[in-house]
Design a protein around this ligand. Sequence first.
Ligand code: GUN
Length: 296
Amino acid sequence: MAAVIISGKDLSAQIREELKGRVARLKEKGVTPGLGVVLVGEDPASVSYVTAKAKGSEEIGMFEQTINLPASTAEAEILATVDRLNRDPKFNGILVQLPLPKGVSADKVIAFISPEKDVDGFHPINVGRLLRGEPCPLPCTPYGVVEMLTRAGHSPEGKHVVVCGRSNIVGKPLAALLIQKKKGANATVTVCHTGTKDLRSFTLQADILVAAMGAPKAITADMVREGCVVIDVGVNRVPDPAAAKGFRLVGDCDFEAIKEKAAAITPVPGGVGPMTVTMLLKNTVEAAERLAGISG
Ligand code: GUN
């Protein structure tokens, strides 16, 4: 039987409607949630992500400002920009779009963001809080994956989740989130990576398979168990002369073949991508609510 397609676009629209109401309540109290985005350089994928974040912020009634810096900007100036946003009460959330140009230490810049305004959840203090199960902003892509699973009726509780990829942005924080002894988590997690021998022997054991490797069609149908729930985090640009932009977006999974086997699968585009942006908006609204002494 063909898989159910889990639409991140539809789920996002639902969550953004909820957020609109929370922003309106904050505004009644004289608080407008604000997001500051720092974009260094003109990497086309980064520009596209930042545009989606700005558009999403506006749509739910938040204030958003993108600070565009040239690729040649010195690290000290990027740090000064972050410092300005840290001090400015208009901004409840700060995000520095990654990757940063060569010669700039992303670790140093991230550590400079005030942990209370770190809506990406990348600051080492927040990474530590996540691992310890303490309240903190949850990294947006892992948060979006868990929210998608739960809202689509595939709670990870008690399931074996196999995560392919060990990045600081997706694989590692997702594993940390899923092993929490909490509602919506409580999963058994296996993390596979480039050092894994016989990847297929692990992916075939998954109730839920998360592909976050950054390689087109890295997960093929023979690696997926019948009835598995597949979450495709990959966003890869592949050349396509027939497409207006000269490329199209594909995930890390062989979608067409896997959808004949899986119980459910997320598409690319329109799957995890919109959820990532939505969770960023949620983190920013929650940062503003905390400051205003309101609980969501
Ligand atoms: N680059 C790719 N994904 C992300 C993300 O979630 N946050 C930031 N800041 N940069 C990214």
